[in-house]
Each structure stands twice: as C-alpha cells, then as structure tokens.
Design a protein around this ligand. Sequence first.
Ligand code: NAG
Ligand code: NAG
Ligand code: NAG
Ligand code: NAG
Length: 519
Amino acid sequence: MLVVVVVVVLALRGASGAVAETGIGVNWGTVSFRKLKPTTVVDLLKDNKIGKVKLFEAEEDVLKALMGSGIEIMLGIPNEHLSLLSSSPSAADMWIQKNVSAYMSKHGALIRYIAVGNEPFLTSYNGEFQNFVIPAIQNLQESLVKANLAGSVKLVVPCNADAYESTVPSQGAFRPELTQIMTQLVQFLNSNGAPFIVNIYPFLSLYDNGEFPQDYAFFEGTTHPVIDGPNVYTNAFDGNYDTLVAALSKLGYGQMPIVIGEIGWPSDGAMGANITAARVFNQGLVNHVLSNKGTPLRLNSPPMDIYIFSLLDEGAKSILPGSFERHWGIFSFDGKAKYPLNLGLGNKELKNAKNVEYLPSRWCVASPSSDMNNVANHVRMACSVADCTTLNYGGSCNGIGEKGNISYAFNSYYQLQMQDARSCNFDGFGMVTSRDPSVGACRFILGVKDKDSDSSASQITTTYKYHLCILLTLQYEDTTVCFNVSELSHDSQDPQVLTFQHVFRCQCHGTAPKPFLSF
Ligand SMILES: *[C@@H]1O[C@H](CO)[C@@H](O)[C@H](O)[C@H]1NC(C)=O
Ligand SMILES: *[C@@H]1O[C@H](CO)[C@@H](O)[C@H](O)[C@H]1NC(C)=O
Ligand SMILES: *[C@@H]1O[C@H](CO)[C@@H](O)[C@H](O)[C@H]1NC(C)=O
Ligand SMILES: *[C@@H]1O[C@H](CO)[C@@H](O)[C@H](O)[C@H]1NC(C)=O
C-alpha cells in the first residue's frame, strides 16, 4: 500500500515538474447589518496580499469593487437558484451574461470558478437540491461555451464533508445515495480540469460531539491519533481529507485535485470558540498546508487552494447552528484583525482595514437609576434585531453581569440604528454615553458607516413609513413580542430588501397585520 502511494506521488511530480504551493484565499460573506464598503474590503484583501476570494453570490457592488484588483474569484450560486438553472438553458445563459460576462472585461473581475450551489448535498437538506446539480452544471457549461468563457471559468460544486463517510480514512466512500451523482460530477470535473471542492470543519466535529478529542481538532499533536493500517493521523483535517481521497479513488479519480472551499474556527459565541483557539487552529492550518507535507494518502501534495472561513464576522447570520455562527471572521465586522495571523502571503501579521468610517464615539447603556425589572422585553427586542450572541454561555461578554447585559443589548441595537437618539430611549431605561463601556475582552461595538449611509446611495432608497404593530417570533425562545415598526426602508432596486429603521415595542391589539405581504 505504502509503496503504491509513493509511486503515484513520484509520477505526479514527474508530470508537473514542480510542486505548487497551496493558494491561501478567504470566504467573503456579506450577511451583516452594517457592511464595510466593498472597496474598503478589497483594499483590506490587497493590504493582506490575499489573492483569492470566494463569494456566496453575485452581488453587483462586490464584483464591481473586485474589478481590476487582480484578485481571483470563486463565485457562488445559491442553492435556491439551482432548480431554475437546471431546467432552463436560457436562465443559465442570463445568469452567465449578467453575473459573469458583464464583469469580465479586460480590466475586469478575475472569475476563475463558479460554485454551483453551496453544499447542495448536505444531509439536512434531505435531497432537496441534489438532483438539480448535474443538469444545472450542464446548462451553465453550455452557457459558458456560448459566452466564450469555457476556457477561463470552471464550474465546481462545494460539498460538505458529510458527502462521504468512513470509520478510518482509507475506507472513505461517498454516501451510497450520492454514488451516481458523484460519479457524474467527478467525471465532469476531471474532463474540465476542475478540482473537487470540500468544506471541512473540525470545530463542528468538536462542538457536536462531546467525545471528540479536542487536541485532534488542532495541528499540534494528539493523545488520540487515528491508526489506519500503516498510516497514523494526528489531526482531523488530514483524516477528513484522506477520507475524501479514498472516496475519490473508489470512483477512479484518486488523483483529482482538491480545494478546501471553507475551513476555519470561530472566535466567540460558544465554549471552544475563542480568540486563542481560532488563532491556533488557523495558524496551524496555514503552516500545515504550506509545509507541503501533504497527508498519508497524498504525501507532499497538499490541497491546491484553501479558502479560510471567513474574512469578516457576519452579524446577521442565522444562529440556528449556534451563537458562534456570527464569529467566524479572522477580522471583526469592521475589518479589525482579531489576532496575529501569518497567512504565509508576505505579511507577518494581519493588517486592519483602512479608512473605516465609524459612527461618533457614542454608546447606549442602561441608565444608572433605572429599575432593571422592567427592561427584559426591551432587551429581548433589541437582541432579536441586533446581535447579542457574545452574551451567551462561552461568549466574550458572558460574565459582564445583569446590568452589563442590558447595556450590551441596548448598545448593539443603538449602533444598528445608526445611533438614532430615539433608538436609545427604551422607555427611559437607556442613555447615551461617550465613555466606551467595553469591559476586558467584551467589546461594545461602535457602528460603521456603510454604503447605505452614503449620500449617493440615498437616491436608490425609498423610505416608506408604516405605523404598524407586527408580531415577530423570536429565534431564541418561543416568546412572541410585539414591535411597532414605524419605518421600513424599502430598496427600490431590490424589492426583497427591507431595512428596519426604528422598531419600538408596543401593545398588540387583535390580529397583527402582515406588513411583508403588502408590497
Ligand atoms: C445574478 O446573481 C444574483 C445573486 O445570486 C441573482 O439574484 C440574480 O438572479 C442573477 N442574475 C440572473 C440574470 O440570473
Ligand atoms: C478556548 O478554546 C479551547 C478549545 O477550543 C479551549 O481548550 C480553551 O480552554 C478555551 N479558552 C478559553 C479561555 O476559554
Ligand atoms: C446575561 O445574559 C446571558 C445570555 O442571555 C446569560 O447567560 C447570563 O446569565 C446573563 N447574566 C446575568 C447576570 O443576568
Ligand atoms: C407606532 O409608533 C408611531 C411613532 O412613534 C406612533 O405614531 C404609532 O401610534 C405607534 N403605533 C402603535 C400601534 O403603537
């Protein structure tokens, strides 16, 4: 077995001449309330010499900002679009025209890959998307040919590591119900010279499974190695990677290039999600892949590229998976490096985003005199709209006391409302202060001005005023709280975008109207 592997590696090296170094990229997600301007983010990427970025969808302002930057792009298509793209060649043509061709002029965006779906085979989707993938790929490939882009843009499918399974890496195989689709997929990828994309999350293995040995998640040796015949695995990444290698081998494509589409560690919001762990994991990962050691089944042949998840924290993400979900960034939402990290790209440490325009140094806190018994509903409302996940068990603000909790909630909401004075009222329980209320590692955020607060952008935003009482079911608990949504901003370019401007608690009478249906 070992001998065979060595021969294969030699043959590969002989063919390619030199071993290429793993490319280090990042995932740039934009599910945030207040986003940095895309141009600020592109400068952040450039300052950190990050030359590869993965996007989850084709957002115009993001792609425009990337034009001429020289940064290579893997552009995602959300799963929800796969059904249409699989059934309609003209929809695929349109997608390529509007979302790819339009940006690929001479000094345009370097779109290298299109990620067709995002983990479309995820077990929890129960097969909802899986039959759309191959037909969508076929349509999109035709469209690329028509657009003369088939030579420069490759279609790929980022899979979650749950697409394959095994007790030991060498026995890896794709899930039985995926065998046929995976066979078609890898044949397509191979004929196109495209890599297999996989997302690997040792953090989630640790989070979901109390038995998972913590040190096996990192890259610093373990007291629980996995012994697989002659091969010894000391970290979850290698074990997982080789399980995929074995699964690909079973289909006859054991040498298919592999790209890690997402990998990272959150820094807040759960036990085991903290700054130290995130730094140790990400630095260990980068050092590991750049060492070119490879894995037992692919000696000296690390992944082609890895895309760290993620670039920035995304404060508006669903916390269904856990509170950590909003804290994957190597930078916080405002582009500040959370910890020193050497990406092996030339800088010894991360550089912060430049020219970030913060709101004035003002925070909203609980006023000292107020009776704290009556604020629970205010806190619940604030945290249902803004992000309070750092307050949770294991979070960086978990130990700041009851009053601290209230202030944190008030402030998160106030910053989200662009420091609108009315949003710090809370029936008189809130007050604005110019002293930073941050305590220790618990940082009270200060909002940033984003594109929505530019005067140029105001032309496209129409504000409709509503005086409504709506029912909102909170994500945290089954409690129903009423809010008075007195203003909803309605982006006239994209009717699906609604922004809450001022949300106040109110009395609900009778059945609440449903404002979302009125557009
Ligand atoms: C381009 O991508 C966006 C974002 O995924 C999508 O909403 C839009 O429908 C796409 N455009 C076309 C013409 O399909
Ligand atoms: C950070 O997380 C790691 C493991 O993920 C854990 O061992 C460590 O105790 C945590 N540190 C703190 C300060 O909570
Ligand atoms: C602060 O809020 C968090 C999250 O809801 C909770 O776990 C913690 O117990 C609260 N602290 C106090 C002192 O009420
Ligand atoms: C909602 O708030 C607006 C503005 O403060 C007020 O005029 C309106 O009466 C309120 N509606 C309800 C139902 O409380």
